[in-house]
Design a protein around this ligand. Sequence first.
Ligand code: ADP
Ligand code: MG
Length: 244
Amino acid sequence: MTNDMVNKSVVLQDVRKSYGSLPVVHGIDLTIAEGEFVVFVGPSGCGKSTLLRMIAGLEDVTDGEIEIKGRLVTDLDPSERGIAMVFQSYALYPHMSVRDNLAFGLKMARTSAADIEARVKAASAILKIDHLLDRRPGQLSGGQRQRVAIGRAIVRKPDVFLFDEPLSNLDAELRVSMRIEIARLHRELGNTMIYVTHDQTEAMTLADKIVVLRDGRVEQAGTPREIYEDPANTFVAGFIGSPR
Ligand code: ADP
Ligand code: MG
């Protein structure tokens, strides 16, 4: 299959970000295919969250363009981009049931009651939280809460899911099981997913494509195997843990 036969999902063209006079993202070019699972990995402070937040529209770009599904979204609000984001701190509404937490964003968007019910049902089935719909967040485990947070993204039926270190608040054992869950979700939903982590194991096991960032630049982009077997330089080799 040639490259132009693959549908493009997210395209970044020379995307830059400065805070005041301090550049933190230096000009990123990246094409993500429809359905691809892309992981941004790199040390703390290298610009992963900033890049993801620019794709989400939560942060303005200083320069460059962002396309999602062939549409220029650089100046659009987050709600107009066809994306949904899952954060590290799940920020559920503590006084609302799981059902209402899942439905809240849809009610704000004036989705019909029947459609909301159908979407909540489908999302809670896929996340296996259908038995928890009447509980409040305080009555859930950490893993269950993170499932609800992911459910809030699923009910919006986004083209693209954005995850910013969604598992880093969970203990080691739960991180492994949620990682497997996220891989399953990607298989079942088939959406484009962009996932930020500083965890090499998460990157290697989840990604179709890994983008290794350092100081706001792409050091290397490739499949986990390419990155592992043929690291571009000693930084990538050291970070991913391959022998070079
Ligand atoms: P990562 O997610 O890879 O840890 P970030 O994208 O959060 O990195 O941050 C990249 C750089 O930008 C860091 O040096 C950070 O201090 C800086 N930065 C992030 N947000 C802001 C902000 N709102 N104002 C000023 N500097 C920021
Ligand atoms: Mg971050």
